[in-house]
Design a protein. Structure first.
Length: 217
């Protein structure tokens, strides 16, 4: 299964998206609180806003299924992630990561992951329909391994600089784009149909479960 080029390409994209997320999780408190003096309450509010951005982007990606090529949506998400990384790098090198730069860049960074991770995981699973369980296991294992590796490295700058975190993000985005274009192909009409079916099945499944819970016993 790892020898399947399409699966491997989307596996890299999904795992590295998790790496980007945990680079943010590991360093955002240092950058926003220690370097910019944001209070714990305001940091929590900002963290929640970024989480909402990620959730809304994921919903948007589901709405776009069948209308826009999922691979193109992933490409847009990676481009936004790269733009956020460049913005953070400029801020870190020239202005010591001012608050407004960090807040805007983090929102873009996290929202973009809603376009990248879920879509890459779905397309990876479609590549190996004969091994759905094994494919899901490999995806989960790799993304959490990436999270565990990236988080401590991204935090090497501590409360002094955001440069290590930014460089990791840019490397992850660069490798993801390379894997996307070198190992995967635009999805076929059959793949798009499967993606649409999956996006429609999720809300229906949740509704069915809710109805069953509400039925009297």
């Amino acid at each position: 299964m790892i020898g399947h080029r399409g699966f491997l390409g989307y596996l890299v994209v999904m795992a590295f998206s998790m790496g980007v997320t945990f680079a943010y999780v590991a360093t955002s408190a240092f950058i926003l609180q220690s370097m910019n003096g944001l209070s714990p309450i305001m940091y929590s509010v900002d963290f929640a806003v970024n989480a909402v951005g990620l959730a809304l982007a994921s919903l948007l990606a589901a709405r776009l299924a069948g209308r826009v090529r999922t691979r193109s949506v992933i490409t847009v998400g990676l481009a936004v992630t790269g733009a956020a990384g460049v913005l953070l790098l400029v801020g870190a090198l020239w202005w010591d990561t001012p608050l407004i730069v960090a807040v805007v860049a983090f929102f873009l960074l996290m929202s973009a992951q809603g376009l990248v991770g879920p879509n890459a995981g779905a397309l990876a699973s479609v590549q190996v329909p004969e091994h759905p369980g094994t494919g899901s296991a490999v995806l989960g294992f790799c993304q959490w391994c990436m999270a565990g590796v990236v988080a401590p490295i991204a935090g090497l700058g501590g409360e002094h600089t955001a440069v290590p975190m930014v460089l990791i993000i840019l490397v992850l985005v660069g490798v993801s784009l390379a894997a996307l274009f070198a190992l995967t192909r635009p999805e076929s009409s059959q793949t798009r149909d499967l993606m649409v079916a999956a996006s429609r099945r999720a809300p229906q499944t949740m509704s069915t479960r809710r109805t069953r819970r509400e039925q009297p016993r």
